[in-house]
Design a protein around this ligand. Sequence first.
Ligand code: PAF
Length: 285
Amino acid sequence: MKIIRTLYDMTEYRVQQRDRGASVGFVPTMGALHEGHMSLVKKAVEENMVTVVSVFVNPIQFNNKEDFAKYPRTEEEDFKLLASAGVDAVFAPTAEEIYPEENCDNKEYALGTVAEVMEGKYRPGHFQGVARVLDILFRLVDPHRAYFGEKDFQQIAVVRNLVKSEGLKVEIVACPIKRANDGLALSSRNSRLSEEQRKAAPEIYETLKYSVEYSKDHSVRATHDTVVEHLDAIPGMRVEYFQIVDARTLQPVEEWEMSDWIVGCITVYVGDVRLIDNITYRTPH
Ligand code: PAF
């Protein structure tokens, strides 16, 4: 596996792959890899001649300095995992390499209303930061396909809008959430949970699952409230938001009949660790 650190070397690698007509799959990550990431990598390896993975903790998508400082970094282990999964190249640049002073153009991306709700509202600037780094990475790696996990349900909708508005030629592949045996959605942030918090955290998914049953004979409002009340009552847990939304527009629904595809997206603080998850209430037939 090739380890690439500079934009120049990445471009050179990409040109080599293009010259030999290779299809390229790309998995952008911030490292601290777990089975969720590895399921994206596996799919990319299966579907493309060459797989490139980026490992870059993108400073400009963190609206909270402490969250950025505490984000787990496990580069050596990450590289071992990627090599054993058959990845061809890992791109792990420094922040100076991605954002040199002369590249501070503060471009505003047209991401649409899907970027204004939920994470967009609670993490100001987050999606512009994600869009900036992906714009740079997509242009550099120039992949045929890029793989994203559905745990970040909203991010996928935002990335699709980025691709459309920037006229980028990459297919966005959405992959199902990977969960631990007890149901907790896998996340790099799980490693920051204490033993006690880790024991409590599966209650997030348990509550979401229960709410799907509950929703069958209750209103959207009642389903929302039961989830929030249940989780807020657990010591050390605080729901930042829970929104039941149309899965295409990500705008809130007030009645189950308002859409044929409805998901509930949640963000919960367990101590000071911010975890996200989602569940489907209605799927189109
Ligand atoms: O989902 C993530 O890990 C990040 O938002 C991404 C897509 C790698 C951009 O930094």
